[in-house]
Structure formats: C-alpha cells, structure tokens
Ligand binder design. Structure first.
Ligand code: ZN
Length: 586
C-alpha cells in the first residue's frame, strides 16, 4: 500500500519503515562504554565511535538532536536572541589578543595553515563574537543584542570518555549578550535564565538550577542547569526553601559537631601504635570519629600548609582553593608529608608546627579532641585550639552533607546527583576590554560592551536524558526528544490482513502528525519487542493474529509499562490524544 509522506517542522519525514532504516542495534553492551547513556546510545543505534571522543550521529541520533535544536531555537528566539553561525576554525591572533592563547593549555587544538599562520579549532567563541561586535556594534542604539549559534566545537580532553557525555568534538548552543551597562546585562541574564528553564521543561526533563559560585554578594553571577540522575557526576545540595548548590561549592554554617569537651582536662599524650586512619584510632580509643581532629598536609603554589577538620567530615577542596587565593591545593604524598612535617601520615598535627594552619569552624565548636602528636605512633587527647595549638585562619572548609543545616534557613539539606547540561555566566567587560569592543553612549562617550555568555551542550543533554530515563531494557525517551513517538509492530508480516491493518494505522498516525515507525521487518516478534524497548519509542502498538481477530491492537507505554487494548478503528485517535496531552507536536 503506498504511504503518503508527511513532513515535520524540520522538513523531515514523519514516518519510516524499519525495513528501510539504518538503526543498527546491538545485543551486547559495547566493551569500551562505561556509562549507561554511552552503552544504550550505541546499542540502540544512535551513535557510533569514529575515534577517541569523536562520534558519528546515525539517523535516529540526529533526529533526537534536531528535536532538541528546535526546542532550544524556539525559546532563544522567543527571548529575542538572534541566530547566526560563526566559523569553527579561528585565527590564533584573536586568542593572542584575549590572552587565552597562553592560558588555555593543551585542550586548545592548534595548527598551522599553508602560510604557517596559527589557527585553532574553536572550543568556544568569545573571541570571535567579540571581534564581530567591535566591528559592527557602534552605538547605544544597537543595544541590547543577544547572538547565538548551534555549532560543533572541539576540546582536546586528555581522557575523553562517556560517549556524548564528554566528547572531544561536541555540539553546543552558545549565546553571547551585549549590553550598555550592568543593569542591562542583568536583564539579559534573567531572560536567559527564564529561557533555559523553559528549554529543559520542554525537553520533558527533571532538572535543577544551582548557583555555580557560592557566597557571591548580591546574587550569583553564574548558574548551572543540572539534569537530575542517580548516575550524575555532580553532587547537588537542596533545601525546601529553594536553596540549591553544587556540593563542591555549597557554603555550610554551623553544622552539628559533638559537644565541647570539659574545660579542665589537660593535654595528654597517648600511645596509638599503627593507627594511621581515623576509624582505627576511634576504635582503639573507643570514641566517636567526630572526636578526632584530622590533620592533612597540602601544598598550594609552593607553600605547604596544614588543615584541620573533624574526623567525620570531608574537606572541600574548592573552599580550600579559595582560601589559598585561587591556588590549586595538592594533598602531599606520604613521603612528602613525612619530609615536611617530620611525622608519618596519620600522626601529623598542629602542635608546635611552623606551617600555616587552616581549620574548619567545626573544630572550634568541637573545642577539644584527639589530634596527631607530630611523631610516629603518638596522639594527644583533650587538645584544644588556642590553648594547645595555634590556628592561623578559621573558615568553612567542610563538604555539606545530607542533613546539614541550610545556609539560608537552617532546615536540613538533602542531596541528589545531577549532570550539568547548561551554564549561564556574566562576563562583564573581560573580553570587550581585551579586544577593545567599545560603543558610543547617548552622551557621546565611549564605553566597553558588557557581555554575558550562555551555553547548552546538546549531545550532553541527550546523554543526560538517557541517564535519567532508562531501565534494564533500554532507553525511555521523554516524548519531546524521542526520534519517533510511536512504533507499529505487525508481528507476522506474511499475513496480508495484518500488514494491511498495520499500514492503515501507520498512515492514520502520520495524518495526525504522530512521528511513527512501521516495523515491517520479517523478524521474530521477540526481536521486534526488544528493539522497540531498546530504542525507547514512547508508544508501542502491536498487532498480533489474536488481537486482529478481535479487531484490536495492544498499546504499551514505554514509561509506565502500562498495556491497554484499543479497537483498531480508533487506535490512531486515542494515541494522538495521548501524544498531544504529553508533548510538543510536529
Ligand atoms: Zn533552606
């Protein structure tokens, strides 16, 4: 039966016969894949690896990507942003002007052209867009302006893993706003904040927005959009009051410690042979781990230092880095620790040390505990700050944990894992200063353009959608991102009546603009079911000899696993209605 072809908003055909498709599915997990989205996107025939961190999108993968692009474009355009397309290859000169030629490191893929001029493959486009702005934006009348593109980028990651989650070549939506002043830049930022919320809502994803830098006065100048998934690489902290932050950066105020020790107990040296670790020491002394003051030795920009923290807490390296004026702290090796402190790891301590001591405020509240004696096999008990050892700086150094008090309202925090898919950021005049992007104000004076930048990783968003929505059988696409919304499965293609019923239903669904595949392959029913579950079509419609005899089809929803029998004659209408209730239409 000839099928009348219909097209969606991207000009793509709404329907596909699987006998004519290119969606090579695999029975087994590919060996190189470590994360679920990587395994499932390969197995379901969405992507194939070409080289380390470089993937081909097969037709189903590209269809999902195009749907995501459409969702992004709609909200960007609604917010007043204008789409353009900048080159992938950029002259090295621009990066020398901005200073990033020197600082970007090996992630920047550099090469020479035939005239021996420096070029790079763009990992990001601040330089190129600022160059365009300095040439073309001259007056306050041109502002505000927000320009965006959806484009392939390249970052030469040292260990690209996890498929689309962290490739070397990847597709990004990046936007750059230009404003006359800070107030305008704030408005542009808020508009993108709202647009991003709508984008991830329209994708049908569960997500959270977290402040990307903690403790910023007068509101954060950077937010991360996180798809929530148990397998996410970021730990997030939430409170019912609306506070949300990355655990790496979440500030922490007055979390609970053990009660202070009795005031009058004298410092006492105790023999603790071979007790290198907090749990062993706590067991030997029969005390809670929270009574031990853990000492760690770091090196930050060539300066060794000691940190103190209660034994039941973990140190937050981002907070330590901030305390070291941005120098990356590196934990000393056991050999370095012994050389610099004179004691083996596990026995070092702040008493009589010459090193700078940074202590978590929890140690102050604890006010007395067990601490390394600074010599092998010995500790002190009842050690109290100020009386027995000196602290150069008290600060918040601990990682916020489940149940700790919210820094805003004091209620207990909860934790969840997430995957960063979007990031919005105020750039200020950083690039307009460096590249001289100035405009004339209404009073005739010249001023630098105030910029913001706004990114979404598209491949990463698709991977995150899979991490959030899957089961042991395969992907469970949220309807807006599914390559096709429905699959019609006639189980015996030699049966002419069955084939004809399936093709009629296929045509009815296409007429109703439901994106549908017809599994007309001459394959076992088991394989058709397995592929449908693996690929993750939201609606699976099966026609068997038994159902056909009753004039019915079986509808299975991929997300709820719910099965219903529908009359063949009204099946298309019911499925169309269910689709329209859930999502975006073609
Ligand atoms: Zn709160």
């Amino acid at each position: 039966m000839p099928i009348e072809i219909k097209f969606n908003a991207q000009g793509q055909s709404l329907g596909l016969r699987l006998s004519r498709s290119f969606a090579p599915t695999l029975k087994e997990d590919p060996t190189e894949a470590e994360v679920i989205s990587h395994k499932l996107l390969i197995r379901a025939g969405f992507i194939r690896k070409l080289s380390a961190g470089i993937y081909s999108l097969l037709p189903f993968g590209l269809r999902s990507l195009r749907k995501l692009e459409r969702i992004i474009r709609q909200e960007m355009d609604r917010a007043g942003a204008l789409e353009l397309l900048l080159p992938t290859v950029q002259p090295g000169e621009l990066w020398k002007e901005s200073g990033r030629w020197k600082y970007y490191g090996k992630e920047l893929l550099r090469f020479h052209d035939r005239h021996n001029r420096d070029y790079i493959i763009g990992p990001t486009h601040e330089e190129v867009i600022t160059d365009l702005a300095r040439r073309e934006i001259h007056s306050w009348r041109d502002l505000p302006m927000n320009l965006y593109q959806i484009q392939t980028k390249f970052r030469d990651e040292i260990r690209p893993r996890f498929g689309l989650m962290r490739g070397r070549e990847f597709i990004m939506k990046d936007a750059y706003s230009f404003d006359a002043d800070e107030a305008g830049a704030e408005q542009s930022y808020r508009a993108m904040y709202e647009a991003y919320n709508l984008i991830f809502q329209n994708c049908g994803l569960k997500f959270a927005v977290v402040e990307a830098d903690s403790g910023a006065i007068g509101g954060s100048s950077s937010h991360e959009f996180m798809v929530l998934a148990k397998t996410g690489e970021d730990n997030l902290i939430f409170c019912d009051c609306g506070f949300a932050a990355n655990q790496e950066k979440a500030e922490l105020k007055d979390y609970a410690t053990l009660a202070p020790e009795e005031m009058n107990q004298a410092l006492e040296k105790i023999y603790t042979p071979n007790c290198h670790h907090v749990p062993e020491l706590a067991a030997l002394l029969d005390i809670p781990t929270g009574r031990i003051i853990k000492t760690l030795a770091f090196n930050a920009a060539g300066n060794p230092l000691l940190t103190l923290i209660p034994g039941d807490r973990k140190i937050n390296l981002t907070k330590l880095k901030n305390a070291c004026n941005g120098a990356e702290p590196r934990l000393l090796t056991p050999e370095e620790t012994e050389k610099i402190t004179g004691a083996p790891l596990g026995f070092i301590g702040p008493i009589k040390t010459k090193l700078r001591v940074l202590a978590d405020l929890g140690v102050k509240r604890l006010d007395g505990g067990v601490i390394g004696a600074g010599e092998a096999d010995w500790h002190y008990r009842h050690a109290r700050p100020d009386r027995d050892f000196k602290v150069n700086q008290w600060l918040d150094l601990a990682i916020a944990e489940n149940g700790d008090p919210c820094p805003r309202c004091g209620q207990p925090l909860s934790t969840q894992r997430g995957i960063e898919v979007g990031h919005i950021f105020k750039l200020g005049a950083k690039y307009s200063h460096a590249l001289g992007a100035l405009y004339s104000r209404a009073d005739g004076l010249e001023a630098p353009l105030i910029m913001g930048c706004y990114g979404i990783g598209l491949g990463r968003t698709l991977a995150a959608a899979v991490e959030q929505n899957h089961d042991h059988n395969g992907i469970i696409w949220p309807l807006p991102l599914a390559p096709y919304e429905a699959a019609v499965l006639p189980l015996q293609v030699q049966n002419k009546n069955m084939t004809s019923a399936a093709e009629t239903l296929f045509q009815e669904l296409l007429n109703a603009r439901v994106e549908t595949v017809l599994d007309d392959r001459d394959e076992r029913p088991g394989l058709k079911f397995k592929d449908a579950d693996l690929i993750g079509y939201p609606f699976r419609i099966t026609i068997s000899e038994k159902s056909l005899a009753l004039g019915q089809v079986e509808l299975k929803r991929r997300n709820t696993q719910e099965i219903t029998m529908l009359p063949l004659t009204s099946a298309a209408a019911v499925i169309t209605q269910l689709r329209n209730e859930t999502g975006i239409t073609a």
